[in-house]
Structure formats: structure tokens, C-alpha cells
Design a protein around this ligand. Structure first.
Ligand SMILES: Nc1nc2c(ncn2[C@@H]2O[C@H](COP(=O)(O)OP(=O)(O)O)[C@@H](O)[C@H]2O)c(=O)[nH]1
Ligand SMILES: [Mg+2]
Length: 200
């Protein structure tokens, strides 16, 4: 496996519009998820850099796409969160359209990490994201975060139920429990990401 230093990940840029997206990354692994699911916290925990992605107690704050370079050939992408009811309808629709376009058309995109609160996995919008990724045969790693809020047993039951739901797509969909609070699941998440560093 390619060695890479997660804690040397660099912030590259934020983009608000399609034509501002970086045109040079070889490959991307993008993080998607509902607002407040724990996406930015997961990026920080996985890289070990606690100020890399901004976390917030107020959901729905950012509509920007943030790019981080993990390796010369691999960018991590923090996509805007979705599903937050207090965000105006027009902005929610704009985010949803952009996410669809990103997942269906963004050429460097190789894999998705879909961050979900392990207490409420697979909401309607999460299912839509998975559907888009499957249409394009993009691998999706379902990161069931805030596992510290569940008992060990509840966590295992949730993971098994989600795995069962996608048993027929197990070549493209993987599932893990994660907790930024307890630093649980870091190595498993890193292993998924480093699979996508392809040396020419
Ligand atoms: N207990 C617990 N709280 C978490 C965890 N991850 C994130 N949070 C909290 O959930 C809220 C939203 O986190 P954030 O990473 O900003 O979510 P994002 O909107 O998906 O980027 C913040 O208050 C975090 O402190 C976790 O693993 N366990
Ligand atoms: Mg965030």
C-alpha cells in the first residue's frame, strides 16, 4: 500500500462555482453527508489535523467545496452538507444539484466517503447520493460516525443492518463505525482512502 502522511495534508482551496474547481488533481476521494453529520470532524480526525476542516455547532453554514491535498496524486474533498431544514429552499436545491453534478460528472472523483450519524443512517438524501455513485460505479464507504453515542451492541446492529441493505452491492459499498470523539475507526478509514492513490 502507498505510504502517505495524513498529518501532512494541506488545504488547497475553497470553490463556490463549478468553473473554480481545481483542474489538476489526479484523483479525488470526496466526503459527503448531511449537515451536522460529523463530516468536518471526520476529516480532521482521519488526518489528525484538528483545524483542517472547519467544524460547527450551527449546521448548514458552508456551501463551499473545500480541497485538501493528501498526496501529490490524491485530493480529499469536503462537499457541502445537505438536508438542513433551516437553509432556504433555493439554496438547498442549489446544493443538491451541485452534488448530483459532482458525483455524476467530476472526472477525478474515484470514491466517496458518505458520513452519516450512526443514530440516523440512510436518510432519503443519503440514499440519493449512493444511487448517483452507483450509477457511475464509484465506490462508497459509509462512515457511521458518532458511534460513541451508541452502545457497542447498538453500533454492531446498525453496521450489520446497513451492510445487509447493500449486500448486493458489496463490491462497491463498504461500511464502518467511526467516532471523532473517541478516535475510533481511523485506520480503517485511512485504508479505504489510500486504496485510491494510484501510482503511474
Ligand atoms: N459525540 C460526537 N459528536 C461529534 C462527532 N463528530 C462530530 N460531532 C459533533 O457534531 C457536530 C457537527 O460536526 P461537524 O463535523 O461540524 O459536522 P458537519 O456539518 O457534517 O461537517 C459538532 O458539534 C461536533 O462536535 C463524534 O464522533 N461524536
Ligand atoms: Mg462541515
Amino acid at each position: 500500500m502507498t505510504k502517505c502522511n495524513f498529518n501532512q495534508t494541506l488545504f488547497i482551496k475553497s470553490a463556490a462555482e463549478w468553473h473554480h474547481l481545481p483542474d489538476n488533481p489526479s484523483f479525488e476521494v470526496a466526503f459527503a453527508g448531511r449537515s451536522n453529520a460529523g463530516k468536518s470532524s471526520a476529516i480532521n480526525t482521519i488526518t489528525g489535523l484538528h483545524k483542517l476542516a472547519k467544524t460547527s455547532k450551527l449546521p448548514g453554514r458552508t456551501q463551499l467545496i473545500n480541497y485538501f491535498q493528501l498526496h501529490p496524486k490524491l485530493y480529499l474533498v469536503d462537499l457541502p452538507g445537505y438536508g438542513y431544514a433551516k437553509v432556504p429552499e433555493a439554496i438547498r436545491e442549489r446544493i443538491q444539484r451541485m452534488l448530483g453534478r459532482y458525483i455524476l460528472e467530476r472526472l477525478p472523483l474515484r470514491a466517496l466517503i458518505l458520513v452519516m450519524d450512526s443514530r440516523h443512517p440512510l436518510k432519503e438524501n443519503d440514499e440519493i447520493i449512493i444511487e448517483w455513485a452507483l450509477q457511475r460505479h464509484i465506490a462508497v464507504h459509509l462512515l457511521l460516525t458518532k458511534a460513541d453515542k451508541l452502545s457497542h451492541r447498538q453500533g454492531q446492529d446498525t453496521k450489520r443492518a446497513v451492510e445487509k441493505r447493500f449486500a448486493e452491492q458489496s463490491d462497491l459499498i463498504s461500511v464502518q463505525l467511526f467516532s471523532s470523539l473517541k478516535k475510533q475507526g481511523i485506520e480503517e478509514a485511512r485504508a479505504f482512502i489510500t486504496r485510491w492513490i494510484v501510482e503511474e
